[in-house]
Design a protein around this ligand. Structure first.
Ligand code: GDP
Length: 298
């Protein structure tokens, strides 16, 4: 039986095999496979993915005794294989300015991620401008200014309640005049007012395209790992509101292992550009499929 007493934090395989012994072996039978499926589904990786991964592991091994390490290795390999194609840093173009629209629900870590990215690009010698496009949340604008200061990057703001599209247009003008390499535009995350948000995002896009018909060059969706399956719902919703081109998953430094990324990779195949691993400016890491897989299967 599944070791439900193991803390939730324990990895999938530890819960499957128990930890009573350092090297327990279990016969790979239908019961074990069913439990494995259940644990994989509970890790948020999605039913279809869980069934496929389990089937791959079962193939040619039914009735055999398997060890903890063997199962860990096999599972990690399966997950790595799914994740490798989507592990891609944010592509940098020679286009000036490269316009990156940043979307996601409030609290997902948009502001923090913009600050971290700005700092990284600046360290790489890029000239960056940030536009605080969530003009309805004064706190969000202030917070973005704090991050801009930390990163040493100018933040364009507008009075509370003013039109985000007009700010985006001004920021685009400034970025072009300054010869900036990168313009990152923060946006509102009020998914509960979907129609408003859709119109707002569409207007921003329409307006910046007056300055550059190819903009935005990237639309980054920021997702919070601690929301589990909600990340799927949010991705679906934002794909309808904007032309999402890639993901950043934040808060992978906590107990959340981000199993939903596997479901996302399977369903949307969107590149994962980076992961948030803390609240500090340097806490943004490239997405490493193998490290991710090992942490997930535990
Ligand atoms: P926004 O509303 O989408 O702009 O979200 P914020 O950037 O303000 O982030 C919301 C909260 O999540 C803040 O308290 C951040 O410090 C925190 N946060 C953001 N990214 C991470 C991360 O990668 N790890 C952790 N532990 N906290 C994060």
């Amino acid at each position: 039986t599944i070791d439900h007493e193991q803390p939730k934090k324990a990895g999938i395989v530890d819960r499957l095999m128990g930890r009573a012994d350092n090297s327990p072996r279990r016969t790979l039978d239908d019961e074990m496979l069913e439990q494995l499926e259940e644990l994989l589904i509970a890790s948020d990786m999605g039913v279809d993915t869980a069934l496929r991964v389990t089937a791959n592991i079962a193939e040619g091994r039914m009735g055999r005794k398997v060890s903890v390490n063997e199962i860990k290795t096999l599972l990690a390999e399966e997950v790595t294989r799914i994740m490798e194609p989507v592990a891609r840093p944010l592509p940098l173009y020679t286009k000036k300015p490269q316009v990156v629209l940043v979307v996601g629900v409030n609290g997902s870590g948009k502001t923090t991620t913009i600050g971290k990215l700005a700092s990284q690009f600046r360290a790489a010698g890029k000239k960056v401008v940030i536009a605080a496009g969530d003009t309805f949340r004064a706190a969000a604008v202030e917070q973005l200014q704090v991050w801009g200061d930390r990163a040493g990057v100018p933040v364009m703001t507008a009075p509370e309640g003013s039109d985000p599209a007009s700010l985006a247009f001004d920021a685009m003008t400034k970025a072009q005049e300054d010869g900036a390499d990168l313009l990152m535009i923060d946006t509102a995350g009020r998914l509960q007012n979907r129609q408003d948000l859709m119109e707002e995002l569409a207007k921003i896009v329409r307006v910046i395209r007056k300055k550059d018909p190819d903009a935005p060059h990237n639309t980054l969706l920021v997702l919070d790992a601690t929301t589990g399956q909600n990340a799927l719902v949010q991705t679906e919703a934002f794909q309808k509101l904007a032309d999402v081109s890639g993901l950043v998953m934040t808060k992978l430094d906590g107990t959340a292992k981000g199993g939903v990324l596997v479901a996302l990779a399977d369903k949307f195949a969107l590149p994962i550009h980076a992961i948030g691993v803390g609240e500090q400016i340097d806490d943004l890491a490239p997405f490493d499929p193998e490290d991710f897989a090992k942490a997930l299967v535990g």
